[in-house]
Design a protein around this ligand. Structure first.
Ligand code: UTP
Length: 235
C-alpha cells in the first residue's frame, strides 16, 4: 500500500542517536522490500525546541523561528536519509510535488517542514492527501489519542478508535489549555477529515510497532476513521 509515516521528532530524534535512527530506517526499508510505497515526514523534536528558544531569546519573530524549526526538521531528515540509504530520495523533499515525484520513481521521499506557521503533523497529512495515501501513521511519543491531555488529566482515557469529527473536538479542547499537547494538531486533523485519510496514531518508539501497523492494521494506539471509508485492501 501507499503509506505516509509521520516520525515525531521526540520519537526518533530525542537525542541524535544513530542506533535509534538506524532502527527506524531499517523498518522503513523492510516495508519497501515488501512492496509498500513509503513517504516519511520527520519532526524537529527537542533540538528544534532548543534552537527556537535560543532564536526567541535573540529577538527573532515567529516566522523566522518557524524557519529555524524547519531547518532542524530537514537536518533530522538528512540523517534518516543516510540511514535508509540508496532507496531514499537523496535530500529532504521541500515540496509535496517533489515528494510525489520521488514516490512515483520508487524512492522513499523524506520531508521535514514545508512552510512557516504549521508543524510536521500538518505536513504529514498534506503529503498523504497529495500522494493519495492508503494510510497515514503518526508515530508519536504518546500512545494514541486521549480524551484529554494524559500528562495533566489523570481521568483521560485512550480511544481505540475515534471518528475524525470527534477527534477535531478532542484536539480543540486539549489545545485550549496552555502547555497541553495533543498527538496530532488541529490543522492536521482538518486535512485528515477533508481528504478522508485512514489514520493511525501510535507510540512510535518501537519501529517494529509501526511496521506491524502498516502490514496488518494491528497496533496498541488509536484508529482514526472517517465515515464511509474503506479499510486498506491489504489488511
Ligand atoms: P515539529 O513538527 O517537530 O513541531 O516542527 P512540534 O509538533 O512542535 O514538535 P513535537 O512533535 O512536539 O516534537 C518543529 C517546528 O518547526 C516549525 C514549527 O515552528 C515547529 O514548531 N515548522 C515545522 C514550520 O514552521 N512549518 C512546518 O511545515 C514544519
Amino acid at each position: 500500500m501507499r503509506v505516509v509515516i509521520s516520525l515525531g521528532g521526540s520519537v526518533a530524534f530525542a537525542e541524535v542517536d544513530p542506533s535509534v535512527i538506524e532502527a527506524h530506517a531499517t523498518a522503513i526499508g523492510r516495508l519497501v522490500d515488501d512492496g509498500h510505497e513509503v513517504a516519511v515526514v520527520v519532526g524537529g523534536g527537542p533540538i528544534a525546541r532548543e534552537y527556537i528558544a535560543a532564536g526567541r531569546a535573540l529577538g527573532a519573530d515567529e516566522v523566522r523561528l518557524d524557519e529555524v524549526g524547519i531547518a532542524v526538521t530537514r537536518l533530522n531528515a538528512r540523517l534518516l536519509i543516510e540511514g535508509i540509504g540508496n532507496i531514499a530520495h537523496p535530500w529532504p523533499a521541500t515540496t509535496y510535488a517533489e515528494a510525489g515525484q520521488a514516490l512515483r520513481q520508487g524512492d522513499v521521499p523524506v520531508l521535514g517542514g514545508v512552510a512557516p506557521a504549521q508543524t510536521t503533523d500538518a505536513v504529514s497529512a498534506a503529503t498523504a492527501e497529495y500522494v493519495g495515501a492508503d494510510l497515514l501513521v503518526y508515530a508519536t511519543s504518546i500512545d494514541g489519542v486521549y480524551s484529554g491531555d494524559p500528562a495533566s488529566d489523570p481521568t483521560a482515557e485512550r480511544f481505540d478508535q475515534i471518528d475524525v469529527s470527534r477527534l477535531l473536538e478532542v484536539i480543540a479542547d486539549i489545545e485550549m489549555s496552555a502547555g497541553s499537547q495533543s498527538p496530532v494538531d488541529l490543522l492536521a486533523a482538518k486535512i485528515i477529515q477533508r481528504a478522508g485519510l485512514r489514520t493511525i496514531v501510535l507510540d512510535g518508539s518501537d519501529p517494529s510497532a509501526i511496521e506491524t501497523a502498516v502490514r496488518t492494521g494491528s497496533h496498541d494506539g488509536t484508529d482514526v476513521v472517517v465515515d464511509g471509508m474503506q479499510e486498506p485492501a491489504e489488511w
